[in-house]
Design a protein. Structure first.
Ligand SMILES: Cc1cc2nc3c(=O)[nH]c(=O)nc-3n(C[C@H](O)[C@H](O)[C@H](O)COP(=O)(O)O)c2cc1C
Ligand code: SF4
Ligand code: FES
Lengths: 168, 888, 423
């Protein structure tokens, strides 16, 4: 016997936007119970807000009939859910083995110098956040990185400069 | 039964168990962390590794986790093969890489499972030479202290808090070696069972904050087996003391009752015994100074001479105390200390459970039921540990799903995985939202009369010959039909109700449902809660309601605050109608301040006694320490008074008292023999209250006298007040603490059980007094009319809170901190109609006494009802329509 | 040489969408399979000797046959594992981005075999382009009636959804993946029960690798015998995506028969080592396999041969170590990865990997001592198979254990010279 599901969700007292709620509800429809859409909800919120704040955690929790602790337990497990503010572009530099062999460390040094920030930091103009990421699955074109949703491969310092410069 | 070869020896094993349980049950040691007998196995810590061989000819074998392996017939297992011992040493070494070197200042030190397991695993030399990870700690409220650096990531805390107890605000965060156990944000833990983290956590991450206020090492505690005095469930506890201060309470294993756990009221409610509100001296008229013993006795002798005396007993005092009081004044002059309404409700409940017609389950039996219908109780507030048991029982109906898939019950994660959110039916009909609603199949919130009508309708759908209440709404009818169907579809349905709706109708309806199920051939049980720890015992003893107490010259009020039983004006009037009021208590109350004579006695920690739980289980609690002041056991004090009055009691010590009681009331047969008599010895020795490593005994009182004083003698029990005595595991009712060689933490409990998680060696203590067979009970069919809406006020609904509604625990500062400020619960619509908002204060007029309460909203309360918190100061307990006025 | 898996994949890198896929003979297997009994499909796949391409190499048809046929189940699920976070691995990306309908068709066929009614394609979050391609393809397939209810009017229902992940290597472990799909923390689950019995939402579930599933249409179309003869190794049916990364001339991924010698892949497909560099060794199938060295160059690349040489074929994508790259640094890099990606559930992995990483860092930084090597060796044993809750930690120690064997001198030089010789 599955405990009663309450269907008509009030959206008062939540800061989630109508769009966010709509998208989250769509995801909920794919699963047997609403809590299963937890990761999806985190993704939706992050899509619109770049990162997931404590307040968003609470809003998602309320919408999914979970506690903030339950949602945050999931959120903090995954490295692509950002629980701290990030810049407009998140740069994910692959630091795994093939890229390591092909010079990932040089690329990272270059990026840090160029942006003037360390790993995990965001530039003062709020444009770039620099992070490392496990193997991007493009080892035959190492070294590689992602800027936002775009993958960049066969990196060289020169190429990196051009990529950053091309960011609107 | 399976036979396994363990370290070359043949061992009988229950094939339904896992190897770790079998190995521990066989008496062998094997270290573990993540496994818990009540929470099953998850295989996370990898500490319980053993080598399993294919057969007796296999010499290499392979490492397996004992907790994850079924004890199948013919298994060949070694716990001491080098591969296993080496691996276990490496596990503990790894766990210690991040563990701080703070044992000397850690509250867990000396009773730490991690310390024990480190020694057991043989890890001595530290090879790790790098930095340790560190965490921030959180404020978790008045009960629990948090020290995350000590964490060894066994996941037991979340598994208990979240999976077992249904809490939602404690969880695990992050991943890899950064996993963090705590709350999303700092704040008091919300679960009513948070205190169990103290015992669940194998190290010092979660410790007892109340204990930290007056810390003592485990081995310096004087301890005695006790019974929780804070509700009617009767959980077994161990109460401890040093230097006259009760230091902490923890759980005493009783396989039939609370097993390993306690609720937070029971664990943290003890501080009233150390309170400055304690009564430690006599008060007599004409003196302003506290009076001395001699002086008081002289006064009493004179004051009582030739006077007629009436007495008010107390459901929060022991059987012996009440019996002594009754002997003192005679049957006709003895009141049970409840108002007539409460007494009638309780008496009805008692008549039903003691009828012997329907099985009254223990908590263990509740856990084995497979469908539940609760009428009129918010169990988490009124019988908290029963709520915890109900939470376990609801998985039973679906558990066969796991067995069918070949998953043994102890294999916790897969069982949860396959059951998903499925569970057996739990239907709750209550006056307001309850703390079990999160797992309820259906909830129905309404006034007691409507709950009773729903109950009668359910009874009707089980047995068509019973009347269907007329005028039922369709929703209620459908629900009743559904509940009846669910109960009939299960094998062991359980009906729970009790006195907390203050409604006889609700109790009668639940009895009818249970009876109908019983006649339908179901193995039904019925559990009814009472308000206090000895209500059931008192009802067996017999006596009148407060209003029916005859007039007399003198009134003795024993450990009872009449202002909690009736409105202030009534209580004042009642007290004024006697020429002299003598209050005997251990703690100050409105009644003691309204009495001309106040007489100090010992609290539960300073006395022996017997309580009868709601289940009818008579259980003994023992004096923990000999108080320095003049606070003897209440029944001793009463014997003293009786002597003054020229009629000395026949009985002089506790045992004689209980024997006298048992002889004069046949219902109590056996309570004098259910625990060993005072002259009982093991190997000619008493059972020590102190640990064999107790320190400083010869010097602890040296600031007063350098000569070691003779320890006090205990004429009432086989326990000694010293560290000398029998060092083995004592009779199960005399367990003063858990220890076994190599096991300094509470986890030594394993060694006290016949098999892990089963009954104690010698049987679980306590004596069931209600006859369980062959009794008679007939249908009540006393169907109330549908509730008419109130016209000129709100209908009052009693609301209980685990922290605050109970008298004694409320006087403990940490509990008081948790007690929600007295609130008046209203449906927003009700409030709106009266022009009131959430947070406003309203003065409600109850009888003659106005009370100011803050308005809190709840959608679960119907229009026209007001939920009024019981037991909060200034709030009157009598059912009434109430009038209100908005406070400016 | 036939290359069924990649035959449609275009050289311009554009994905093959529905029209083109159909024109190349796509979705022909579907009506064929629907005419067979589900059990017949399972039998066919069993006989084809298709082994799981996710790493473990278990016979796919056999795995399917463990799904209970009778019983009261809310759903049966089929999940495509496209987490692909094993360092050095980039084959599933090619299949999704290049020929998405091949996977979809493979999944419909597989779901028919196991009678699943719901499916999920689980793709790692960083594969943004793959996700775009896949959603478009899914929409096409739905519109064309290949997905949804009453597929090709057969009465068979199969709904397929795309799930993009939010990081963490452990999500590739099939039971952790299921937890993640349920919106939970991706801790692996206790096995048994296996997902076939109690998987997603407690229902019978098959998790297969993307490459595994992409083979199914070809098996249905051409039969088990044909599939077996694609391989040079009897018992390992079909072709395999092999690849090489590191300092080879032409890193890449190629569809080749099982049993092809390692030398041929490195020297011919990958064009040999870059000028001035020598081959020192490789990890044959991703970061959780043991090193092989020069002596193994003529090894046949199939499950048994690679296992006999002390490693695992696993994903089949090699990471090549040259003579100018520090093996200690390389192992440190991988152990760092695994320590980061440990889910934090069981002790040996959670505590052992960070400790191992610290020891390796110490050696790499020139602060190592000789007894550190014993420590490292005991760490490898400590986190060995069976000792941990899942296979992450044993995989993590594979490169370390084998490096200590084959490149011990490099470790000793670091310790003796108190520095990394390549820095
Ligand atoms: C740590 C870990 C990571 C894994 N990652 C992947 C992965 O990214 N993709 C994959 O297909 N299988 C991965 N696997 C293997 C899966 O658990 C599983 O065996 C596989 O998806 C089954 O598919 P197959 O039978 O088609 O090979 C991983 C296993 C482990 C232990
Ligand atoms: S080996 Fe243990 S800690 Fe590591 S990923 Fe697997 S379950 Fe998690
Ligand atoms: S107790 Fe067996 S693995 Fe933790």
């Amino acid at each position: 016997m599955i405990p009663k599901e309450i269907d008509n969700h009030t959206t008062e007292n939540t800061m989630l936007t109508a769009e966010e709620i709509h998208e989250i509800n769509e995801e909920i429809g794919m699963y047997p119970y609403r809590q299963a859409a937890c990761i999806e909800a985190l993704k939706v919120v992050q899509k619109y807000r770049r990162w997931v704040s404590d307040e968003s955690i609470e809003d998602i929790a309320a919408h999914l009939e979970m506690s903030a602790a339950e949602v945050d337990s999931v959120a903090t497990f995954y490295n692509l859910i950002y629980r701290k503010p990030v810049g407009k572009y998140v740069i994910l530099v692959c630091d795994s083995v093939s890229c390591y062999i092909m010079g990932a460390e040089t690329m990272l040094d270059h990026l840090q110098n160029k942006l003037g920030i360390g790993l995990g930091q965001t530039t003062a103009d709020d444009r770039f956040t620099l992070l490392t990421v496990p193997c991007l699955g493009t080892c035959d074109h190492a070294p590689a990185m992602m800027v936002g949703r775009d993958l960049h491969r066969d990196l060289t310092p020169g190429k990196i400069d051009a990529i950053l410069a091309a960011c609107p | 039964m399976a036979k396994i070869i363990l370290n070359g020896k043949e061992v009988e094993a229950d094939a339904g168990k896992n190897l770790l349980e079998v190995i521990l049950s066989s008496g062998e040691d094997l270290p573990y962390f993540c496994w818990h007998p009540k929470m099953g196995s998850v295989g996370a810590c990898r500490q319980c590794a053993v080598v399993r061989y294919k057969d007796e000819n296999d010499t290499t074998g392979r490492i397996v986790m004992a907790c994850m392996e079924p004890a199948s017939d013919g298994s060949v297992i070694s716990t001491n093969a080098p591969a296993a011992t080496e691996f276990r040493a490496r596990i503990i070494e790894s766990l210690m890489t991040n563990h701080p070197h703070d044992c000397p200042v850690c509250d867990e030190g000396g009773e730490c499972h991690l310390q024990d397991m480190t020694v057991m695993s043989g890890h001595q030399v530290r090879r790790y030479e790098f930095g340790k990870r560190t965490h921030n700690n959180q404020y978790l409220g008045p009960f629990i202290n948090h020290e995350m650096n000590r964490c060894i990531q066994c996941y037991r805390c979340v598994r208990f808090y979240r999976d077992y107890a249904g809490g939602t605000d404690l969880n695990v965060f992050s991943s890899r070696n950064k996993v963090y156990f705590g709350r999303a944000a700092e704040g008091a833990l919300e679960s009513e069972f948070s205190g169990n983290l103290v015992e669940i956590c194998p190290t010092g991450v979660f410790t007892d904050k109340t204990f930290m206020d007056h810390p003592t090492r485990k081995w310096d505690l004087t301890a005695a087996p006790s019974i929780c005095h804070h509700c009617s469930v009767g959980c077994n506890t161990i109460a401890t003391e040093r230097y006259g201060i009760v230091r902490r309470i923890y759980s005493r294993y009783n396989g039939e009752v609370n097993n390993y756990f306690l609720c937070d009221r029971g664990r943290f409610g003890y501080e009233f015994t150390n309170s400055d509100k304690r009564i430690r001296a006599f008060k007599i008229p004409g003196t302003t100074e506290p009076a001395g013993h001699e002086e008081a006795m002289q006064y009493l002798a004179k004051a009582l001479k030739g006077k007629s005396v009436a007495a008010v007993g107390s459901p929060r005092a022991s059987l012996e105390t009440n019996f002594a009081l009754k002997q003192l004044v005679g049957d006709s002059h003895f009141s049970l200390g409840m108002n007539t309404h409460d007494l009638e409700v309780a008496q009805l409940a008692f008549d039903i459970v003691s009828s012997g017609k329907i099985k009254v389950p223990s908590l263990k039996e509740i856990e084995q039921c497979d469908s539940v219908f609760i009428l009129g109780e918010d169990l988490t507030q009124t019988a908290p540990m029963m709520a915890l048991s109900v939470r376990q029982s609801i998985r039973n109906q679906v558990k066969p799903m796991a067995s069918q898939a070949g998953i043994p019950n102890w294999n916790e994660a897969p069982v949860r995985q396959i059951l998903q959110k499925d569970h057996g039916p739990l239907h709750i009909a209550a006056t307001m939202a309850t703390r079990l609603d999160d797992v309820a199949t259906s909830t129905f919130f309404n006034a007691p009369a409507e709950i009773a009508r729903l109950g009668y309708a359910v009874a009707h759908f089980i047995n068509q010959r019973l009347r269907l209440p007329d005028g039922m709404e369709k929703r209620a009818l459908d629900l009743a039909q559904r509940i009846a169907k669910d109960l009939m579809a299960s094998d062991k349905p359980l009906i729970i109700s009790g006195v907390h709706s203050k409604s006889k109708e609700v109790i009668m309806a639940s009895a009818d449902v249970a009876l109908a199920l019983s006649e339908a051939g179901k193995a039904v049980s019925l559990s009814l809660t009472f308000e206090e720890c000895n209500t059931a015992g008192l009802l067996m003893l017999g006596g009148s309601g407060l209003e029916d107490l005859p007039a007399a010259d003198v009134l003795i009020v024993q450990e009872n605050d009449l202002f909690r039983r009736m409105s202030a004006d009534k209580a004042e009037k009642m007290l004024a109608s006697y020429g002299l009021v003598i209050a005997i208590d251990h703690i100050a109350s409105h009644t003691t301040s309204n009495a001309q004579v106040v007489i100090p006695v010992g609290s539960f920690a300073e006395s022996d006694g017997t309580l009868v739980s709601q289940e009818g289980r008579a259980q003994r609690f023992y004096q923990v320490f000999m108080p320095e002041g003049d606070t003897p056991e209440p029944w001793r004090r009463l014997a003293e008074i009786s002597m003054l009055m020229g009629k000395p009691f026949q009985a002089h010590d506790f045992h004689e008292f209980t024997s006298w009681l048992a002889k004069s009331n046949p219902e109590f047969t056996g309570i004098d023999t259910m625990a060993p008599p005072p002259d009982f010895r093991m190997l000619n020795q008493r059972i020590p209250r102190e640990f064999h490593r107790f320190s400083g005994r010869t010097s602890m009182k040296a600031h007063r006298n350098i000569h070691e004083q003779k320890p006090p003698e205990d004429p009432d029990s086989p326990l000694s007040f010293t560290m000398e005595g029998y060092q083995g595991h004592p009779d199960p009712s005399l367990i003063t603490g858990y220890w076994a060689p190599g096991w300094n933490s509470v986890q030594a409990i394993n060694k006290y059980q016949i098999e892990v998680g089963g009954p104690l060696h010698g049987g679980d203590p306590g004596l069931r007094l209600f006859d369980q067979t062959g009794g008679q009970l007939s249908y009540y069919q006393d169907i109330p009319q549908p509730l008419a809406a109130s016209v000129n006020g709100w209908t009052m609904i009693p609301v209980y809170h685990i922290f605050g509604s109970e008298e004694l625990s409320r006087k403990s500062p940490p509990v008081k901190e948790k007690a929600e400020s007295a609130g008046l619960f209203l449906n927003p619509a009700t409030a709106a109609e009266a022009g009131i908002k959430e947070g406003d204060r309203v003065i409600v007029q109850i009888g003659a006494q106005p009370a100011s309460l803050e308005v809190k909203y709840t959608e679960s309360l119907g229009k026209g009802f007001a939920g009024v918190p019981m037991g909060y100061c200034g709030v009157n307990p009598e059912i009434a329509f109430i009038k209100y006025q908005k406070e400016k | 040489m036939e290359r069924p898996l990649t035959k449609n994949i275009r050289t311009d890198g554009q994905p093959v969408f529905l029209k083109e896929y159909e024109s190349q003979g796509g979705y022909k297997a579907l009506p064929k399979a629907l005419k067979l009994q589900p059990d017949e499909v399972i039998e066919l796949v069993k006989k084809s000797n298709l082994k799981g391409r996710g790493g473990a190499g278990f016979n796919t048809g056999l795995k399917w046959s463990f799904v209970p046929k009778k019983g009261d189940f809310r759903h049966k699920y089929l999940v495509a594992n496209g987490d692909e976070m094993e360092p050095g691995t980039y084959k599933d990306r090619l299949l999704i981005e290049g020929d998405p309908h091949q996977l979809i068709e493979g999944m419909i066929l597989s779901s028919w075999a196991i009678q699943a009614d719901e499916g999920f394609i689980f793709i790692r979050g960083e594969y943004t382009y793959a996700a775009e391609v896949m959603s478009k393809a899914l929409a096409e397939a739905k519109a064309a009636g290949y997905l949804g209810n009453d597929i090709l009017r057969s009465g068979f229902n199969f709904n397929l959804h795309l799930h993009t992940s939010v990081g963490r290597y452990i999500c590739g472990e099939e039971t952790a993946l299921l937890n993640s799909l349920e919106g939970k923390r991706a801790n692996p689950r206790t096995k048994p029960p296996f997902p076939q019995v109690s998987g997603l939402f407690g229902q019978p579930t098959i998790v297969n690798n993307i490459e595994t599933l992409c083979n199914i249409p070809h098996i249905i179309n051409n039969g088990a015998e044909w599939f077996n003869q694609l391989s040079l190794t009897p018992g390992d049916g079909g072709t395999k995506l092999f690849g090489a990364s590191g300092k080879v001339k032409k890193p890449g991924v190629w569809e080749l028969p099982f049993g092809i010698p390692m030398r041929q892949i490195i020297e011919e497909n990958a064009g040999g080592m870059r000028d001035g560099l020598k081959f020192r060794g490789c990890l044959p199938g991703g970061a959780s396999t043991d090193f092989l060295t020069e002596q193994h160059l003529d090894l046949k690349m199939d499950y048994n041969s690679v296992a006999a040489a002390g490693s695992r074929l696993a994903t089949g994508l090699m990471i090549v170590l040259d003579d100018k790259t520090c093996p200690v640094g390389m192992v440190l890099n991988m152990i760092h990865f695994f320590a980061q990606e440990s889910c934090g559930w069981c002790t040996p992995c959670r505590e052992g990997l960070p400790w191992t990483e610290k020891i390796l860092r110490k050696i790499e930084d020139g602060r190592g001592e000789m007894n550190d090597l014993d420590q490292l060796e005991s760490m490898v044993r400590f986190m060995g198979p069976g000792n941990t809750f899942c296979a992450l930690a044993p995989g993590a120690t594979a490169p370390l254990g084998s490096a200590l064997k084959y490149f011990r001198d490099d470790f000793i030089t670091h310790i003796r010279d108190k520095k990394c010789s390549w820095k």
